[in-house]
Design a binder for this molecule. Sequence first.
Ligand code: NAD
Length: 487
Amino acid sequence: MYIGGHWVDALSGEQFDSDNPFLARPWARIPRGSAMDVDLAVQAAHAAFTSGEWPSLTATRRGALLRRLGDLVTERSRALAEVEVHDNGKLFAEMSMHTAYAAQWYHYYGGLADKIEGAVLPIDKPHTFNYTRYEPLGVVAAIVPWNSPLLLVAWKLAPALAAGNTVVIKPSEYASASTLAFMKLVEEAGFPPGVVNVVTGFGAEVGVPLVEHPLVAKVAFTGSDVTGQRIYEAAARGMKRVTMELGGKSPNIVFDDAEIDNAVKGVISGIFAATGQTCIAGSRLLVQRSLHDQFLDKLVAFARGAKMGDPMSGETQIGPVTNQPQLDKILTYIEIGKGEGATPVLGGGRAERPECGSGWFVEPTIFTGVHNQMRIAQEEVFGPVLAVIPFEDEEEAIAIGNDVVYGLAAGVWTQNMRRALLMAERLQAGTVWINTYRAVSYLSPFGGYKRSGLGRESGQEMIKEYLQVKSVWISTAKDVPNPFIQR
Ligand code: NAD
């Protein structure tokens, strides 16, 4: 682990295995942190926030450090991606894109660091000068899941540091290695000791004490809504700020006026890319009834041809599921779907193909005969399982699309501009994609409506999630007036 500028083992000396999901066996040993390690890391981060080099650095200098880090991430992105693939089994093609793209967050927020401006306000009192300044919060806890570790670290770390905070990162117990490899770059970039720290381990043993630590000012979390709720409750007890990027059950909505071949690709990318292990998975396909059969034929044919196998191979399109519990969860949901009366027109179980070896693979699965109240239409599966629901018209598509507890994203496939804009307005989701899917950028805010989250990541505005504003009053009056009356 990396605490206060030092590489350390867990104080207990304990470690745990990290599994390679393609080989279904351990490939790395990770320190098993505990509350004692969390305390050391938070103390180090707090010391770095309150004294020493970091608080006296100019914002311009902070920005330069972030840009240097971005350069290093760019240079080493392939090596970092390889570590991620061993840990989480996602395609090297996607992970190397992620790690290379993560550099943009360090460059962008590095550039923004010295553009955070307060204001002089035209205050409504005589002989008074009032201005605002934006100040960092303190120690930020960044807690991330296993599906895109370094990208999701970048989404939190870059703005948190640009704003002048210090950070303790807790990666997922299923994919910690890439964050540790990345910390070598943080060290090389020249951040002062204690500004960025990493404690590895389990949610109950590291995540809980980190959120509860009295010196943590803010929790930036990405993960499931169940964990998010627990963290929100704990953060409320300590009156801490939170941003939460949680799960989804996003509708990908195809109208009969869509470019069919593009829509097929968009639906495939929404649910089978990343083996469906993405928060923005388009796990409900809402297809206009008049197009239903034709669209399903094309979709099934396309998905049937997807190549499974070694995620490091450039040929592979669908890799394994990241961990054994997730494999079990997906297979359980497939059985739930069958039990609810839905029909698996493709897949419907564990993949036993020779190219999958002993890895944790699930066949890409498409359920028809689904109605929106079924559990496979309401609950996040986080795997390659698509629930297909027909609809008649725009109103019904909107009603079904919004009829879930989540609101992370939605896709719309149509060539009709009026319809596209109507859907963009009426769908309750933090992101709406029209004739595209799964696009994200450091320039555009990302986050959830409803149970999919609180606050936003990326874009200019969100840096304020890591800042607090102070109002400063200066009197230029010669005398203090009546002290018994508020001014
Ligand atoms: P998870 O909620 O189980 O774990 C996420 C992180 O929280 C891990 O590091 C875990 O150790 C930690 N944790 C667990 N319990 C904790 C607790 N009580 N206190 C503090 N920390 C705790 O999520 P996961 O299974 O690793 O990831 C999958 C989930 O993440 C899915 O629901 C997915 O939708 C969501 N996700 C959301 C986004 C987004 O941006 N909206 C992106 C990726 C993944």
